[in-house]
Design a protein around this ligand. Structure first.
Ligand SMILES: [Zn+2]
Length: 224
């Protein structure tokens, strides 16, 4: 039995084993996670991670689409690229529109206090699967996003537990946390965020704005 690194439940079962590692399934939040004993040493993890970063040109497209969706035509946005850095050319495009983007890549620099601000949007492109302690990262993201702001997550969604042995994402040893739709439903419900499943492993989560919260409270009072 292993404690779930996302919801901390003890209701986990050994789910899949191959030559390299053992994976567990949490019955509460439905996360599938790798046994911590099989995590790669930090240097090997960073090498593989950096290699993957250099291949991720779609990140730029993902980021620009996200900004277009968040733009309201007037307000400059403050965004955060969480877990990966984008190329200089794309960054210039974003600043030319009047927006600002902070970037955090654990393979380049550790998390810094200067990054601890409130953001209009946060982009998490192919990073959730690398989280060894997803509880911690999720809590941080919830704190960093402004009321009304969006967190855009791109991670391979695990749709069929029964087909896990054929699912290629499990073969990358830097992938240690796998999420199902129910996992995101669990997370969004817990903090009262709005959840949307868009196409191609894209998950959008919105923190309620202050006016939403006031409205909810008013309706509770009105209904009481
Ligand atoms: Zn769990």
């Amino acid at each position: 039995m292993r404690r779930c690194p996302l919801c901390h439940s003890d209701k986990t079962t050994r789910f899949y084993t191959d030559k390299k590692r053992c994976l567990y399934h949490c019955q509460l939040c439905q996360l599938v996670f790798a046994d911590a004993n099989s995590h790669l040493p930090p240097t090997a993890e960073q090498q593989k991670y950096r290699l993957a970063t250099s291949k991720h040109k779609p990140l730029a497209r993902f980021m620009l689409d996200l900004i277009t969706q968040c733009e309201d035509g007037q307000t400059p946005l403050l965004g955060l690229s969480f877990g990966r850095t984008i190329d200089t050319h794309t960054l210039q495009k974003i600043t030319a529109k009047g927006h600002r983007l902070n970037q955090y890549d654990p393979s380049i620099a550790p998390w810094s206090r200067q990054l601890k601000q409130e953001y209009d949007f946060i982009c998490c492109y192919r990073v959730f699967e690398h989280f060894r302690f997803p509880y911690r990262e999720w809590a941080l993201l919830c704190e960093l996003i402004k009321p009304g702001g969006w967190i855009a997550i791109c991670t391979p969604l695990l749709s069929e537990l029964s087909a896990f042995d054929k699912w290629h994402h499990k073969n990358n040893l830097t992938h240690v946390s796998f999420y199902q739709r129910q996992t995101f439903e669990y997370l969004a419900n817990k903090v009262g965020f709005k959840l949307l499943f868009a196409a191609n492993d894209l998950i959008l989560v919105q923190k309620p704005s202050e006016s939403d919260i006031t409205r909810d409270q008013t309706s509770v009072v009105a209904g009481a």
